[in-house]
Design a binder for this molecule. Structure first.
Ligand code: BG6
Length: 505
């Protein structure tokens, strides 16, 4: 890097974070005693507050059916914060100040007869503040809760609603939910969360592709051999097994997170970054996905379920043991997806996600083609095609793997080396959790990072096809031991194409 560029980069890295201004708000969190609220939402709000982004007269109102006082809820929130974020130092005095924003209302959102007055009172001085309802609840009741919010007279002008994924468990149920919520809130006030869209590297994908002239000219099937999107988790289904068993890896991860990543990698350049412009491009990709049928299911998909094994050096039980029953649900899925359009003809997208895999690692790998005519093939490393690795987690960064000449005498000795950008090394700022960014985007009314109704439905249309194909074909669910990267059949699927997963199996 030229000296001037390096100096500028270092100066920016050490500077305090730039904060977008956020108006005062009242945020009502339904499902406030649940895992998502305690593990993610309240801690995210705390961080935004600590950074000075939340105006002092804002309010966070926890709502759940549990009977507790505001003080008890605040205590529960703090205990959960410390349990789930042990590395995050939080002083009692600091918490005391933040928690003044938090109140609590005991209420059953599904019942119109419940104590809606308690919530109305908590909101009563909200005046012109931005009102947001966050439904951290089972999706099947989104419609009822929306209706009750309106019936209780709480849907103030400009009020927004946030829906957690999954929106339904198939296209039909997704449409029913969208219709029911849409009868109360207009589309511009509905924020459907896919928290992967709030991740730093995912955002950076757009910058990488469209704000560097280097990549876009080669971003197509003439130069790219294949794309791999792997979201591997080390955790098992654990305490969520009863929800998870009804979903499985395809519904839980592919329908939303992996397809969103695929869209951002594959979409055409948008005209601008307006929410609808980007979403229009993403939906074209979803529509171009080649349907998977009963005839193709076994050659382009692999389902797996973990048995007992080891994770982080400790023995862990099988999925069936965690669930307490035998099950045909997949905890791993690998898919060879094809996008039938001009740009991607002949370039498969291999998707893979699973629980209890070898390690937590999420990456997008752009694998370029072999050079047309290799000049030398000797040296320490074999000649290998260039590869761009975009790492989402655990550490965020980008690596461009290139062939270079090993310096010094001794002829043309080749080395396959990375041009490396580790975010942690390059930028000193703390990485906000995806929910921090998404919550503030809701308050600011920025829909760009949220899914539009037709996007969610287009994703379900394709996923429903896969589910139907599995049913018709009785596609087997292969076992794999906890601690490996899925069943061997997943490696075999790529092997048939003369390829392999980047991290192996
Ligand atoms: C959720 C899924 O949407 O994403 C979970 O329901 C999964 O099963 C989680 O564990 C993964 O999120 P992250 O941010 O940890 O990769």
């Amino acid at each position: 890097m030229p000296a001037g560029d390096e100096k500028r980069a270092t100066e920016r890295a050490g500077a305090p974070p730039l904060l977008l201004p956020v108006p005062s708000f009242d945020l009502v969190v339904f499902g406030a005693a649940g895992d998502l609220a305690l593990r993610k939402l309240i801690p995210s709000l705390f961080h935004r507050w600590r950074d000075g982004q939340i105006p002092a007269n804002s309010k966070i109102i926890g709502v759940s059916r549990s009977s507790m006082s505001a003080e008890e809820f605040r205590r529960l929130a703090l205990e959960s914060f410390r349990k789930f974020h042990p590395g995050d130092q939080i002083a009692d005095a600091e918490w005391a100040q933040f928690s003044q924003l938090i109140s609590y209302a005991e209420l059953d959102g599904v019942s119109a007869q419940s104590n809606w007055r308690a919530l109305a009172e908590a909101l009563s001085d909200s005046g012109a503040k931005q009102r947001v309802f966050y439904l951290a609840l089972p999706p099947a009741i989104y419609g009822d809760v929306s209706r009750n919010i309106e019936a209780a007279g709480l849907k103030s002008s400009g009020a927004r609603i946030v829906l957690e994924k999954p929106i339904g468990d198939d296209l039909r149920s997704a449409k029913a939910i969208n219709d029911a919520v849409g009868a109360v809130f207009d589309e511009g006030s509905i924020f459907r969360i896919d928290h992967y869209l709030g991740k730093e590297t995912v955002q950076n994908l757009i910058v990488l592709r469209f704000m560097n002239s280097l990549f876009e000219p080669v971003w197509n099937s003439n130069v790219i051999d294949h794309v791999e999107i792997s979201v591997a988790e080390a955790i098992g289904a654990g305490g969520r097994a009863s929800y998870y068993d009804k979903a499985g890896a395809l519904r839980d991860m592919v329908q939303n997170h992996l397809l969103q990543l695929l869209c951002l990698v594959a979409m055409e350049p948008p005209l601008d970054l307006e929410p609808d412009t980007v979403r229009d491009e993403k939906i074209k990709v979803l529509r171009a996905l080649r349907p998977i049928t009963a005839e193709t299911a076994r050659s382009v998909t692999v389902r797996g379920q973990y048995g007992a094994g080891a994770s982080d050096g400790s023995a862990v039980p099988s999925y069936a043991e965690e669930l307490g029953a035998q099950s045909g649900t997949e905890t791993f899925v690998a898919i060879k997806a094809n996008i039938d359009n001009w740009r991607w003809r002949g370039t498969p997208f291999y998707l893979r996600t699973g629980k209890r895999m070898a390690e937590r690692r999420s990456e997008i790998i752009i694998q370029f083609k072999d050079v047309a005519h290799p000049l030398v093939a000797t040296g320490r490393d074999e000649l290998q095609p260039a590869r761009l690795v975009i790492r989402l987690q655990p550490d965020e960064g980008m690596r461009l793997m290139l062939m270079t000449k090993e310096p010094g005498p001794g002829g043309m000795r080749l080395r396959y080396v990375p041009l490396n950008l580790s975010y942690a090394a390059a930028f000193s700022a703390r990485y906000p959790d995806a929910y921090e960014r998404l919550l503030m985007a809701v308050v600011r009314g920025d829909l760009a990072l949220f899914m539009r109704r037709d996007e969610v439905e287009a994703a379900w249309r394709w996923v429903d096809g896969v589910l139907d194909a599995w049913k018709a074909d009785r596609t087997p669910v292969y076992p794999y031991a906890a601690g490996v990267n899925g069943p061997v059949q997943s490696a075999m699927m790529l092997d048939r194409d003369g390829r392999e997963w980047s991290g192996g199996v």
